[in-house]
Design a protein around this ligand. Sequence first.
Ligand SMILES: Cc1ncc(COP(=O)(O)O)c(C=O)c1O
Length: 439
Amino acid sequence: MDTPRWNRRQFVAATSLGSLAAVGGAAVSARAAASSAAGKLAIRGGTPVRTASFPGWPIWDKERDEELVLSVLRSGVWSRAKVVAEFEKKYAELIGAKRCLATTSGTAALLTALNALDIGVGDEVLVGPYTFCASIQVILLSGALPIMVDTDRETFLVNPEKMEAKITPNTKAILPVHIYGLPADMDRINAIAKKHKLVVVEDACQAWLAEYRGKKCGTLGNLGCFSFQNSKHLTCGEGGAVLGDDDEVMDRAFAYHNFGRGGGLLGTKFRTTEFQAAILLAQMQRLEEQTQRRWDNAQYLTTKLRAIPGVLPQRLYDGVTRAAYHLYPFRIDEQVFQGVTRNKFMGALRAEGIPCSGGYGRLNEAAFIENTLSSRNFKRMYSAEQLDYCRSQLECPDNNRLVDEAICFSQRVLLGTRADMDDIANAIGKIYENRSQLV
Ligand SMILES: Cc1ncc(COP(=O)(O)O)c(C=O)c1O
């Protein structure tokens, strides 16, 4: 993945030829060449690099999605039955797990997984703060304490270097999140788990078909959890799944999601419907091609962005054989950009016709954490010392910096063409060349 950075002379030579598309040997896109030559930034009244839109999401068609949904409608069997079972079988095969349990959401999948592994009151769960709030909420909802492990700013993922120091006699599990579909450093996380006899629940809610050493995310720990919410690469509006190889644990998961029936457990209802499964079966037919397209485009874009001074695309861990890129994240070095802030950069990029966003907030400082720790329930479950210990671990300086630095492209942007990627790189190159207009 690593490509040598271009020095400034090479960079200027490439751009002065008319387009950054020359970097990496790609064909020059005429529209990009024309626009990158125009020096005035669009935010200052210049011509934008791009006016065309990127692909929309979700994608469906009459033959597959509509037909499968209608056949469920016509059958009159709408709650969990054979279509859900068919989806579970096919998704388990696709990911490479023995079993799959479909649930109503990714959050429900994570809660089911923690419950099936008997994680609850008195347990500490190691988790990183650069994620969606549900990754932390499920730990608290289970009655356990989330212990924050700071983020590695280069990879956007939980920093395994900082993990072992957080282990106490109460630590029961690690919940690595493959955020943005970028696989976490699972060799090191699994080694730590093995050494300290911890279970690993992967939050693969954004990592459909992402791979680490050729194995799919969601099969790298004890259980893997997925989300099928509307923005997700495999979607049915709202849905989720737990995957695992251990029959006993998966039987507990099944019982939990179905009122505890068959397991003699306390459970709840997280059963999905035949409609959701029908849409997932249709969507699954496109998943491999779309995943590969995002991966190819992301690698191409990374090569091009690395050639621009001060642009820092995310680094993938050595074991990553494919990332899913639910978002494509990068940072800029504000010094190289002569003081242009992240927000000013994003404003300029949007004006050039490239949609982007700023990523996650400081989840380690989210109000729901303190409000839960100081709730009546938690005060009954834990001593003041235990709660204070949890609070004391919330400080994550690297994460706080990353939150201010991250810039992201959505997955649908990566479903575009090579010329679309050229437009993105050209827009960023144009901003770099004309950065003095922003300060
Ligand atoms: C990393 C992560 N974990 C958990 C979830 C929860 O999934 P859901 O929204 O399906 O409940 C999401 C959803 O966005 C997510 O991105």
